[in-house]
Design a protein around this ligand. Sequence first.
Ligand code: PEP
Ligand code: MN
Length: 388
Amino acid sequence: MESLKRDDRLVSRAVRPQGSRVRIGDVEIGGDEFIVIAGPCGIEGRAQIMEAAQLVGQAGARLVRGGAFKPRTSPYSFQGLGEQGLRMLHEASLANGLPTVTEVVSPEDVPLVSQYADALQVGARNMQNFALLSAVGKSDKPVILKRGLAATLEEFLMAAEYIALRGNLSIVLCERGIRSFDSATRNVLDMSAVALLRQMTHLPVLVDPSHATGRRELVGPMSRAAVSAGADGLMIEVHPSPERALSDGPQSLTPAQFSGLMHDLAGYVALEGRVFSLFAPPIGTAFETHRRRIDRFDEIIVRMLSERAKIALELAQVKSRLHLPVLAPDREAAVLDHVQRLDSRPIGPDAIARIYSVIIREMRDLATSATVGKELSREASEQPIETV
Ligand code: PEP
Ligand code: MN
């Protein structure tokens, strides 16, 4: 079999070691920003897609998704609203300022779908539909290519190569789970594929935890894992009322669950050093958006300080048990030195030292008040001693 390890493939990492960025409307995937695409599985009506676009946008999604042509396993299942659905999606996009992603299932439909959508999705069931790959390859729209139900990474990348070879290099890969023997989840999310694809190809990689698991309660944990695995973003199914969804209800998040997840993800994305801009809803001004982003970062900072304080308290207990002094001026100096050496631009090392002097003082007060003059509880004294 021909190997993708060859460096001369259009999609090989070796061709573009710096990675590629794919632009969909005003959104860039593969850059510094971690991108969330969200929306219902299928467009079911004007009100549904309008509501979905508004709510996902307000929660911080940068693109809205929704299928108008649904490649359903059963021919008796809801097949989508076709062109009418595309129009509704387009309208929802304009009303909420979110570019759109929607699936195209046949080569003849590429011009029609391109009229309305900002990006064309090639679904898992069509990953090796070579006529479709060629058609989207000739289109000027970016393509989101989903991994086939049982496709190897080599086959996945060869499918992308078909698109690239026709001249379209705006391709984003999407890992959406693969078939396995266990029916506990709808598919098996191949997270190692995400990390491995980053080595193999320069194309951005998304994770779809909804189709990968088929269960809404697993979408959160798998989203967090995807951030850590190095994904460039997520594609998540969200429905205004999942219990009424015409397709994929059990894996669709409710509006509240989605906004909770976005909130939760902000910390993980920040830890990966990526930007997580929350989308400004049209009713909000840029001013309000910035304030919201600052609030979100303050939440992360306070959460981190709380975790840091817990460690400082544990350390104080261990020291007290070992009859060591709780205060360690040398260590405090080392902490200050350490943080001043970190890249904190645009905050300079002197300002960091001032901020940390306060943090250290507060942690010191906390540690002394928790240990000095107090008996340590039996429980605490039985905690394992860690070398620190
Ligand atoms: C979808 O995204 O709606 C979809 C059908 O996904 P997949 O092709 O991954 O099954
Ligand atoms: Mn779906």
